[in-house]
Design a protein around this ligand. Structure first.
Ligand SMILES: Cc1cc2nc3c(=O)[nH]c(=O)nc-3n(C[C@H](O)[C@H](O)[C@H](O)COP(=O)(O)OP(=O)(O)OC[C@H]3O[C@@H](n4cnc5c(N)ncnc54)[C@H](O)[C@@H]3O)c2cc1C
Length: 415
């Protein structure tokens, strides 16, 4: 087993296998290579691109290229701009309402509504509801803002909800999301905090200036701790990542490269800086005495290599998120060298986990527990099997792929 890198990673594929379809691929997000093997592989691919004009992708894009290649092989007809607006429901005359069957979809195409009948099945894969302010308010814990999602801006989930109520379909896990601590300021897009919270020379405090969680813990646990602070201190309370110049010199803060932060980030209020901790506390309106006491205690714990409050850096996975070069504990380092910086931390998400409740064959379930004829749901449009937990990075896509396959197998044998 490796202690760093990604849990699930599709093999790299060359985009030329899908021909001109490659033009439709979203831009490569250029994931940070982690570990030596990763770096060598990325380097080789960049060289290949430069020298041979070949373009390899992996991660989500690799998965996409694989799916598109399969579509080409089986001559699947793809419509790029064609949002589904309605389900076509058929009923058997003279029979009770529960003989309803999903027979197709109504799609908007070039400004017209087109009825598309499905031979066997309609598979919903239209994502979650992370981008919809109303549904977030209704189902997710508060506070919850649409600009705290890093998820898909077109995933609004409203149709699923409408169909669920119209057809009596069950929903599940509506209060859960793929939570990740985010770095945020109003009017600045939220950024995945990544490893910034787990690295030495920084800690997260609430308005009392005190730490309240193991910052190197799993993202969902850090976000739960944030929600518990909102419960205790009120929804207006704020949490801040406080770092010193050592952190800034060595590590990234979201998209901000190490070094002196660009002026634009300070002007927008994303990063607040100060020469002393009391001045920083005053600027971000938190208790200065509490912050000073936290910094002193944290420095002692960093020296000892043991966080006696939250056991930060006590497991191998946590240490992998820290800085291996820092001893004795790769997640602990004093916050002592000016200038000091603060960035607001919020419970951000990569998308929602709730959706239509399905069985092990991905069939959508009705209120009485039986399957809705003709309807399957996979990925984020279905309730996640992992419920409130976030077992490992990669589970979101793994669920989409595994239950996509289960749906295909079930449809192949359905009447
Ligand atoms: C920044 C980020 C990083 C992530 N990293 C990872 C990772 O490393 N590993 C991992 O496993 N998961 C990761 N995830 C989660 C993963 O991306 C999701 O679990 C996965 O994309 C869900 O796939 P999906 O097809 O169900 O939904 P989506 O990918 O959200 O796709 C839904 C699609 O449906 C379309 N749509 C919406 N409404 C309609 C409609 N009415 N008609 C037609 N189309 C519609 C949307 O435009 C969208 O294209 C990450 C997510 C984000 C945001």
């Amino acid at each position: 087993a490796l202690s760093s890198g990604r849990v699930l990673r599709p093999a790299a594929v060359e985009t030329s296998i899908i021909g001109r379809l490659a033009e439709f691929l979203p831009a490569d997000s250029g994931l940070d290579p982690e570990g030596l093997l990763d770096k060598l592989e990325h380097g080789a691919r960049r060289l290949g691109k430069l020298a041979l004009g070949r373009h390899w992708v992996d991660g989500g894009l690799g998965l996409l290229v694989g799916l598109l290649a399969a579509c080409q092989r089986f001559q699947v007809n793809l419509w790029w701009q064609g949002p589904v607006r309605e389900l076509i429901v058929t009923t058997q005359p003279d029979r009770p309402a529960d003989t309803r069957r999903i027979a197709g979809v109504i799609v908007e195409r070039a400004g017209r509504l087109v009825r598309v009948f499905a031979g066997r099945a309609v598979v919903l894969a239209d994502g979650g509801f992370e981008a919809d302010p109303g549904l977030r308010r209704e189902f997710l814990p508060r506070p919850s803002r649409p600009d705290w999602t890093i998820g898909n801006p077109s995933d609004r989930g409203v149709l699923q909800l409408a169909w669920a109520s119209q057809l009596g379909l069950q929903l599940g896990g509506m209060g859960y999301a793929w939570w990740r601590p985010g770095l945020w300021a109003s009017d600045v897009a939220v950024q995945d905090a990544g490893r910034a919270l787990a690295l030495p020379h920084g800690f997260v405090v609430d308005s009392t200036g005190r730490r309240f969680t193991d910052e190197a813990g799993v993202g969902v646990d850090v976000c739960r701790a944030l929600y518990s602070r909102y419960n205790d201190l009120g929804p207006q309370s704020q949490a801040w990542l406080v770092i010193d110049s050592e952190h800034r010199k060595r590590y990234r803060l979201g998209s901000v490269e190490p070094g002196r932060p660009p002026k634009s980030f300070e002007q927008s209020g994303f990063i607040i800086s100060a020469q002393t901790l009391p001045e920083l506390a005053w600027k971000i309106k938190i208790d200065a005495g509490g912050l000073q006491a936290t910094a002193e205690r944290f420095a002692q714990q960093a020296d000892d290599g043991r966080d006696t409050d939250f056991e930060r850096g006590s497991s191998e996975t946590q240490r992998a998120r820290g800085d291996r070069k820092v001893r004795p504990n790769p997640c602990l380092g004093a916050v002592a060298k000016p200038p000091f910086y603060a960035v607001r931390v919020v419970p951000a998400d990569l998308g929602t986990k709730g959706g239509l409740l399905t069985d092990e064959h991905s069939r959508v379930l009705r209120g009485d527990g039986t399957a809705m004829a003709g309807l399957w749901a996979i990925g984020s449009s279905a309730a996640s099997v992992s419920g409130p937990a976030d077992p490992a990075p990669g589970v979101g896509l793994a669920e989409a792929v595994v239950f996509g396959r289960a749906a295909a197998a079930s449809i192949a044998t359905s009447e």
